[in-house]
Design a protein around this ligand. Sequence first.
Ligand code: GRF
Length: 206
Amino acid sequence: LKIAVLVSGGGTNLQAVMDAIDDQTITNTKIEVVISNNKNAYALERAAKKGIPNLCISPKDFADRAEFNRVFLEKLNSYHVDLVVLAGFLVVIPPEMIAEYKNKIINIHPSLIPSFCGTGYYGLKVHEGVLERGVKVTGATVHFVDEGTDTGPIILQKAVEVQSDDTPEILQRRVMEEAEWKILPQAIDLIANDRVVVEDHKTRIR
Ligand code: GRF
């Protein structure tokens, strides 16, 4: 499976995927390219250290969003990947890209969708919402990306306990360590081995 990983920040999910490929937790998979919208994303350094092609394409570099969308998609298409992995990518995916890569884009979201998701819920804001609401269990979700925000078919989820003295930062770290860095590699391996079937906006693992 040839994959592109789209990142915006620290790249700990990218690192988990690279490590999982190295230790064969993920089989039959190669990261063809890492693309970021943020030239300072440490994720790009992580890719460079592994000798993985990486580049930055930012909406800021274009006259308007339509131009960015066009160039972004053209660049991505040049790598001929089978799967696009959003790992903390904070740019809205162009509608044209959703259409061209139907059920070929996956995203990791740091909550148990449909809770604490949708516009406004990203990064620490997700965990602030979890603590504010006082839920006892949170977690992470890997899902296919469709036209909505965090609304595509769910592939894998993993629950994480909320502890009474959690701060958003402590909770974010636990959700990453205990859930994100596990289910994102797992989902990629399932897809690489053709074990995820999409039926009626839901998935079945075979
Ligand atoms: C994390 O909060 C993750 O839950 C979400 O975006 C952030 C990405 O972190 N997908 P990193 O860049 O993978 O470290």
